[in-house]
Design a protein around this ligand. Structure first.
Ligand code: NAP
Length: 361
């Protein structure tokens, strides 16, 4: 096991100066990417995937940071961020840029198009490792590439590719995009977009947050109708039995009973957050308040590609814009510390292009 440096200070040029096994799939690709790795893992070289007939190559400009990135790390290494759990891969998430090259059979994209990839998997089909979004160029089969409309700035659009589709898909799939009274629990990266989408669908939205700190902004800026502080028992009591659905985006372990109590009969509690430990599930209130009347307790993860494009287009049309703080790659460790404390409004987006341009030899 390698003890990793705690800083993401090393920017490596990967144009082929380090020796690799001749049989490595990466060696067969003429074009190399330039990206950021943690210092002690410098021998893992980012290179690009092959240019197949259906491939799209794009210049990476921005990449988002999600609370899931924190969950992926072992607790002892939370701030030793990149590469710890990805076998040397660069990051994989909310990646946006501009098309620079397309394969001969690509129909839906042309050079200059604004595009994004939601998540990358760890290997291309020929075995090439995919190093993700912290590099200057990326290749993907066009099937996995999404159009970002011209009126959506790329940095702002990045969080739609994970946070956006996760909340959009759950609101739609569970019938919570119909006008009704809904609750969004947790006002972070996912939560603030859930408020915006639910309002655009015509729902009444109550935000539940751990403190009154975000109340003014939730109502005046994000458009929520009401605001409850989860630690205020009187407020929670007064709202019992009033909600059609709850989108729970809380990243930490928390009590479900106060949330179930808020639901009407037929109500739906949809879990999106991924606490480190399983929550306690109170069965009797669940039976009496929900399932007896065909209510549902469910979970939901991200969404499909067709629906993701639909969501991006919906956001562009309805002026739904993620609230972001743009950072450089060198700030990622600090950003992760701040994310763990809930100190971001509401999503960090990394400026890949300018960070790499400043460090390229
Ligand atoms: P985030 O920006 O850090 O927001 C999480 C929110 O959870 C915080 O803003 C906070 O809301 C609330 N919270 C934190 N600790 C809490 C506690 N002890 N009790 C009650 N509320 C608490 O995170 P995010 O990026 O939106 O992600 C949210 C969760 O969704 C994470 O677990 C992430 O891994 C998961 N996720 C799931 C999917 C999926 O496909 N299902 C996709 C992406 C992310 P307040 O500040 O308002 O109290």
């Amino acid at each position: 096991m390698i003890e990793k440096d705690t800083h993401l200070s090393s920017i490596l040029c990967v144009s082929g100066s380090l020796s690799k096994m001749a049989t490595s799939p990466e060696d067969e690709h003429p074009m190399k990417a330039f990206g950021q790795l943690e210092t002690t893992l410098g021998t893992s070289l980012p290179s690009t995937s092959p240019e197949g007939e259906e491939d799209v190559r794009f210049k990476v400009l921005y990449s988002g940071l999600c609370h899931s990135d924190l969950h992926h790390l072992p607790s002892c290494a939370r701030i030793r961020y990149m590469l710890t759990n990805f076998n040397g891969h660069l990051e994989w998430h909310e990646i946006v840029g501009v098309v620079t090259e397309v394969g001969s059979k690509v129909n839906n994209f042309k050079v200059g198009d604004k595009v994004g990839v939601g998540h990358t998997c760890s290997q291309y089909h020929d075995g090439t490792i995919c190093y993700g979004g912290y590099s200057d160029t990326m290749v993907a089969n066009e099937h996995y590439v999404l159009h970002i409309p011209d009126n959506m700035p790329l940095d702002v659009g990045a969080p739609l590719l994970c946070a956006g589709i996760t909340v959009y898909s759950s609101l739609r799939y569970f019938g919570l995009s119909e006008p009704g009274m809904h609750v969004i629990v947790g006002l972070g990266g996912l939560g603030h977009l859930a408020v915006k989408f639910a309002k655009a669908f015509g729902c009444k939205v109550t935000v539940i947050s751990t403190s009154p700190r975000k109340k003014k902004e939730a109502i005046e800026h994000l458009g929520a109708d009401t605001f409850l502080v989860s630690r205020d028992a009187d407020q929670m009591q007064a709202a019992m039995g009033t909600m059609d659905g709850i989108i729970d985006t809380v990243s930490a372990i928390h009590l479900l009973l106060p949330l179930i109590n808020l639901l009407k009969s037929h109500g739906k509690l949809v879990m999106l957050g991924i606490p480190d430990q399983p929550p306690e599930l109170p069965i009797f209130p669940l039976l009496m308040g929900m399932t007896m009347q065909e209510g549902r307790l469910a979970g939901s993860a991200a969404g499909g590609l067709k629906e993701t494009q639909e969501m991006i287009d919906f956001a562009a049309k309805h002026n739904i814009r993620p609230e972001i703080e743009v950072i450089s790659m060198n700030y990622v460790n600090t950003a992760m510390e701040r994310l763990a404390k809930g100190d971001v409004k509401y999503r960090f987006v990394i400026d890949i292009e300018n960070t790499l341009a400043a460090t390229k030899p």
